[in-house]
Design a protein around this ligand. Structure first.
Ligand SMILES: [Zn+2]
Length: 217
């Protein structure tokens, strides 16, 4: 893990070498049916679903009338299948974030692809986001035959307890542009910050004329 300013520079927006290492993945998304003159951004939430967090995130999204995409971990879905249903019923999209939040480069190819397959079936999705922001080329090749690999354009860094809410809000405001896919986490680690920053960020994006949509394939 790289710390300090360099770490932040690398983490908050994926750099060219990160994008080049994952060819064919989606980092920004400009929908063909965008309303003329309006911008679109995509809120995404990784690592849930978690009973003490995910329903509260859904309430915030509902209060603002916006949709989002939840990249779920299979272990959490197995523990709380009702939360998978709840997210879908409330009109949001679900993506697969592996069964155990698995790091691709520490995992045998066959096991990683098997996890991706089981997650795809469990969550009934064709969206995949590799944990820790990285996937090996042969894993990418195998999984992208079935799934859209959804990366990100803006990392809020809500998971980092050294970040203040102001820093997170400022980062998202500074980096978001038309088509940005923004990463948050519906995790216990991120929630102390997320609960404050999310309503503010959504309000700001709406003021800036962004439509906030769920990723649909
Ligand atoms: Zn994750």
């Amino acid at each position: 893990m790289i710390g300090g300013r360099l770490g932040k520079w690398i983490s908050e927006r994926p750099r060219w070498f990160h994008r080049a290492a994952i060819p064919g993945a989606v980092w920004r998304l400009k929908p063909t049916d965008a309303t003329p003159g309006r911008k679109v951004a995509w809120l995404t939430f990784d690592d849930g679903p978690i009973p003490d967090v995910t329903p509260a995130v859904l309430d915030i999204l509902d209060a603002h009338g916006v949709k989002a995409t939840f990249f779920m971990v299979g272990d959490n879905v197995e523990r709380h299948p009702e939360l998978l249903s709840m997210v879908k019923q409330r009109g949001h999209a679900v993506g697969n974030h592996t069964l155990h939040h698995t790091r691709g480069y520490r995992c045998r190819h066959r096991r990683y692809v098997d996890e991706a397959t089981r997650g795809r079936q469990m969550m009934a999705t064709n969206l995949f986001r590799p944990p820790h922001g990285f996937i090996l080329p042969w894993q990418l090749f195998a999984i992208s035959r079935h799934d859209m690999i959804v990366m990100h354009d803006v990392v809020s860094m809500d998971y980092d307890a050294t970040q203040s809410c102001e820093e997170i809000i400022e980062r998202v405001k500074r980096l978001t542009r038309n088509g940005s896919i923004i990463v948050f986490h519906d995790s216990l680690k991120a929630w102390p910050r997320l609960k404050s920053v999310l309503p503010e960020i959504i309000s700001w994006l709406k003021q800036q004329d962004y439509e906030l949509r769920a990723i649909k394939r």
